[in-house]
Design a protein around this ligand. Sequence first.
Ligand code: CP
Length: 329
Amino acid sequence: MGEIRHILSASQFDRPFLDRMYRLTNKIRQFDKSKEGLIYLQSLLAHKRAMLYFTQPSTRTFLSFQSACHILGIKNSEIRDTATSSERKGESIEDSLRTFSSYVDLIIMRSPVGGLCDRVAGLLDKTDRPVPIINAGSGPDEHPTQALLDIYTLERSFKNLGGIEGKTICMVGDLKRGRTVRSLSRLLTLYPQARLLFASPQAFKIEDDLRQFLRSSRTEFMETENFKEAISQSDAVYMTRVQDEYDTVAGDSAKVDSSAFCLKAEHLKIMKPTSVIMHPLPRRNELDPAIDNDPRAKYWRQERNGMWTRVALMTKLLGMDEKILLPEL
Ligand code: CP
């Protein structure tokens, strides 16, 4: 993989990049252990400014990127509602993004519009301020930085179990509109013999483009409605919520019976003792809070890993990764 200008899709990452991100994130966490280390991190990008343009609801992606900016000394500005920007006065989204590029060195954006990041990146690349774009979630299509933190969490969880290679990862829930599932599935094709199970009601099965991608990359996968059988075979169970914000007719999702795809405390006994339970969060009833204290539950750790992974990603994108990897602690 050559130089990266923007982070738009999980499909732009290759395995050497993921391995480097894993090492980089681990090294950054070591800097976090001392005041001197944290001061060093804060000095790395203190000359940079970032825009957080989040026009779709977010808690953890927004806060983890904002915290990552703070860790690296990056000053940040934000728009979280177009009602407070000149889009309200009829300014196009393209003109808005080009305006941000006048003021900052990096744009981190979440939007309900699939493909918008790619369009804006292409547009900015033709200007004299081609600032990098990070896709922090684009409609139902992609969430590449979530996939990076998910891979990091899986790598750490399987560190003493031979890595992600050869593991069975089960994704559960609304797999049709779940962008985290789409991005993570693409990255898992980079791990030899990783096997994917997709457990969902018929109405929420994966889309055909993902199915074709998995076939073309020769990744073994199976789609099933047998939730219990799937979770009992798996080394990781990745739960997701119903994405009803994308219903074309309000209330359509509620007509689908998803009750058989909820992970409850009673299921823990049929899961492998070494398996891990993940969820990109936020959750609803598909993941019982009674599971939170089980040692296999990794979703709160996953959230914090997101902050460190995003620190690592920004150092890479802004050319400071060698300054993390090289110094001895
Ligand atoms: N996982 C995730 O994208 O969460 P938020 O919507 O809270 O950012």
